[in-house]
Design a protein around this ligand. Structure first.
Ligand code: UT7
Length: 334
């Protein structure tokens, strides 16, 4: 189910200038050790491996154990990104942690991560559910224009599985836990250099009740079909808006990294955006929906495998509770 290759030619595309220069210097990911397979879920739920695979594309997911937390996963992913970049934590001027599941109400979980890693400067959480990482990526690229901010560590980490009622088969099968991170460095003024080429951020607060953990309840309440419909349409509209703003078309996209919520959503949206599936990163079979972590995990795996390489034009799109959505078209470069 995973993706093969990006096109061979990734020569700089000068007709797509980066409006927010930024280099991805390093990437990393972390998933907890514990694996929960569909067959494990069959033991406690009226479900089947066949149904879950056919309706969602998920085969297994990783879930936190007693020693894991949102902070501990974010720390592992962040450290991996710093190691990959060979940049010491002391040179990070800003840490943005996209998460829907902070470890405590206050302070921000980013503070714990900052302390453990030894980054300097600001550290804050950003909650935009499954679109949080792309929002954070945009914030990071914009902040790199601020004098004194030369390196930004952007992390997406979530342990959302505990908010899915283990007795409710529609939601219990969907979520996994994990974290992913990118270290961004300042870019250059070269229009063919790496950075953000086009962005679309948006939300529709009238749809809050489609997908929420209500204030007085312990678990997620979701209208699955409505979310499915809105997510598919939202990805298409948001990606199209980001491409149009950039003066790009789907043909310019080397690698498409959609939020991993349902394989059927991914396939329908990619088809309508116009990106063939051999350019789409899919890992939902192994991780399920990891909320804020899904996009940086997918990017990290694609970069590790060489599917994303210097010069690649990457389109990332997240959509989720709120509803909120965010798309970013960017040129990868180190
Ligand atoms: O980041 C955003 C987070 N959420 C999402 O992205 C969710 C988006 N929605 C979805 O992915 C899909 O709607 C689901 C995977 C949640 C459900 O798939 P569906 O094809 O929309 O199924 P459905 O809700 O229409 O239910 C069809 C049937 C129902 O049975 P009846 O009423 O036809 O007898 C459900 O009770 O499938 C049943 N069903 C299940 N059966 C076996 C629902 N969940 C399960 C299950 N195992 N786990």
């Amino acid at each position: 189910m995973s993706v093969t290759t990006a096109p061979a030619s990734t020569a700089p595309t000068t007709h797509l200038p980066a409006t927010l220069p930024a280099r991805v210097l390093g990437w990393g990911m972390f998933v907890p050790e514990r694996v929960v397979t569909n067959h494990d879920l069959e033991q406690t739920l009226d479900t089947s491996d066949e149904w879950i695979v056919e309706r969602s594309g998920i085969r297994e997911r990783h879930r936190v154990g007693p020693d894991d937390s949102t902070a501990s996963m974010a720390i592992e992913a962040g450290r991996a990104a710093l190691d990959k970049a060979r940049v010491p934590a002391s040179r990070v001027d800003l840490l943005v942690l996209a998460t829907t599941t902070p470890d405590q109400v206050t302070p921000a979980t980013a503070a714990t991560v900052q302390h453990a890693l030894g980054t300097r400067g600001a550290a804050f959480d950003l909650n935009a559910a499954c679109s949080g990482f792309v929002h954070a990526f945009h914030v990071a690229a914009a902040c790199l224009r601020t004098p004194g901010i030369d390196h930004v560590l952007v992390i997406g980490a979530d342990r959302f599985a505990c908010y899915a009622d283990p007795a409710e088969r529609t939601t219990a099968v969907l979520f996994g836990d994990g974290a992913g991170a990118l270290l961004l460095g300042a870019g250059s003024d070269d229009p063919a250099g790496p950075g953000l080429i086009g962005v679309d951020l948006g939300g529709d607060g009238s749809a809050v009740s489609c997908l929420e953990v209500p204030p007085d309840q312990p678990y997620l309440v979701m209208d699955g079909r409505e979310v499915f419909r809105r997510a598919t349409r939202g990805i298409v509209e948001s990606c199209t808006a980001a491409l149009e703003r950039a003066g790009a078309t789907a043909a310019d996209v080397d690698v498409f990294v959609p939020h991993q919520a349902n394989l059927r959503i991914i396939e329908a949206a990619a088809n309508r955006v116009g990106v063939p599936m051999d350019r789409v990163v899919v890992d939902i079979d192994r991780y399920g929906n990891t909320s804020s972590a899904s996009i940086p995990i997918a990017i990290s795996e694609a970069a590790r495998d060489g599917r994303i390489k210097p010069g690649s034009i990457v389109l990332a799109c997240g959509i989720g509770a709120g509803m909120s959505w965010a798309s970013a078209l960017f040129r990868w470069g180190a």
